[in-house]
Design a protein around this ligand. Structure first.
Ligand SMILES: [Zn+2]
Length: 149
């Protein structure tokens, strides 16, 4: 089944991050800056907290960063029952230095030996799937593991 983010969009969100998901669908890792003062804004907002401007600019950037923190899920939570087969799995918060230190979550795919705070990781964009509720996703793999198809 082919999924499109727009068809399965979770109701109740403010929608400020829609361009993030559209970017992933195009195969681009995009984070916003304020169009007026250039401040990086993640999580996305509709209004810049630094200068008050309303216009955002979405920038396709290289999905690289360092692990800021991580956690291993040992339980199949009911809101993400699609991941039951993956338990236990690791979620990582990755700091993006070339995006003002923005911190972006994703699943970590790599060895336990490489799983450390501060390790360099590269994001790989996965297409929408049932597992991700029809959203595209980004997984983080250790930069030292080399390119993975
Ligand atoms: Zn601003």
């Amino acid at each position: 089944m082919e999924y499109k983010f727009e068809q399965v969009k979770i109701v109740g969100g403010i929608g400020a991050d829609d361009e993030f998901w559209r970017g992933l669908e195009r195969g681009e890792f995009c984070l916003p800056t304020c169009a007026s003062c250039g401040t990086w804004m993640w999580p996305a907002h509709f209004r810049c907290g630094a200068c008050g401007a309303w216009e955002m600019q979405w920038n396709a950037i290289e999905p690289r960063g360092t692990i800021f923190t991580w956690t291993r899920s040992w339980y199949a939570f009911d809101r993400v029952s699609e991941r039951t087969a993956d338990v236990p799995y690791v979620s990582a918060v990755v700091e993006i230095p070339h995006a003002g230190g923005a911190r972006v979550m994703g699943i970590y795919e790599g060895t336990d030996e490489a799983l450390r705070i501060g390790v360099d990781v590269v994001g790989h964009i996965l297409p929408p799937s049932e597992k991700t509720k029809g959203y595209p996703s980004i997984v983080w793999r250790p930069a030292s593991s080399g390119p993975v198809a």
